[in-house]
Ligand binder design. Structure first.
Ligand code: SAM
Length: 273
């Protein structure tokens, strides 16, 4: 049995010092998640990586407030990919990372949300591995979950859903290897769609045709977690028309399913932005 006086709990300063940044070796790449936009959602490892990096290669959806955390004098290169606009090829981005690693730099590859959730982080990691470049992954808060949370929509509750589908709306057509919208439409599992704004009319139609009730609650969350965040709620059979009428623009998340209705109770009381 242990006796004696228990040591006092660490002060905030001491506890903070315990969170050590892993060693950032020269010639390595850190694939860092920047989260959905609110800089307060950045992890401590991500923040420390930005302070230790010798160069930052960042994506389109990294918010200006987060780019402001890169120390002055540290070069930053834009490697964003936005649908419909000229953008660097993925192969060029990977080649740049490999060149910088071979030059012995400490490189942060900064990606919106989580690098491994619809962020091509897996592809970049595989290319680095194939080139013999060592890398670390710092997960970020993915927009799908943060957007729901900031809109007052719990991702799961015991009463509503034992599962949640995170999907891309990018492949709305019946592409080989794409999603089977009939299966998703026939189930009642809530869906969170990334990159689905332009394909929303087609997706809603497919889900309805496969059996999702027309009154299924749906929500659009644009600019989630940022001061410009907007939320629109409508039934599935009207969500596409109402989104168009409201002129909502990307980046946007789409939530479809019973969880959206919980917002009615939570949102009036929830403190977010
Ligand atoms: C290429 S995916 C990147 C996803 C990212 N890796 C993540 O984990 O959040 C880009 C899509 O994420 C969603 N997205 C990212 N940031 C967002 C934000 N602040 N508000 C709403 N949607 C966002 C949008 O659907 C956008 O089209």
């Amino acid at each position: 049995m242990r006796t004696g006086i228990a040591p006092p709990p660490p002060s905030f300063k001491e506890a903070n010092a315990v969170i050590e940044t892993p060693d950032f070796a020269p010639g390595t790449v850190w694939l860092v998640g920047a989260g959905p936009g609110d800089p307060g959602l950045l992890t401590l490892h991500a923040l420390n990586a930005l302070k230790a990096a010798e160069i930052v290669i960042y994506d389109a959806l990294v918010s200006p407030a987060i780019l402001d955390l890169i120390p002055p004098g540290i070069p930053r290169e834009y490697a964003g990919k936005r649908g419909g606009k000229p953008s660097p090829q993925q192969a060029d981005i990977s080649a740049r990372l490999i060149d910088l690693a071979h030059a012995g730099k400490r490189i942060v590859r900064l990606k919106g949300g989580d690098p491994f959730v619809f962020g091509r982080g897996g592809e970049e990691a595989a290319t680095l591995a194939a080139a013999g470049v060592r890398f670390r992954v710092i997960p970020g808060v993915t927009a799908g979950l943060a957007g729901l949370a900031y809109a007052g929509i719990p991702a799961t509750t015991r009463d509503t859903n034992p599962a949640l589908v995170l999907a891309t709306g990018h492949l709305a057509d019946d592409n080989p290897g794409g999603l089977d919208w009939r299966v998703l439409g026939a189930s009642d599992v809530p869906i969170v769609l990334y990159m689905g704004l332009s394909t929303l009319p087609a997706i809603a139609e497919k889900l309805l045709a496969a059996g999702r009730p027309p009154g299924t609650p749906a929500a659009i969350v644009t600019n989630a977690t940022l001061p410009t965040q907007q939320v629109l709620v409508a039934p599935l059979n009207r969500i596409a028309a109402e989104t168009k009428a409201a002129g909502l623009k990307s980046p946007a998340l789409i939530a479809i399913g019973s969880i959206v209705a919980l917002r009615d109770t939570l949102a009036p009381w929830q403190i977010t932005l």
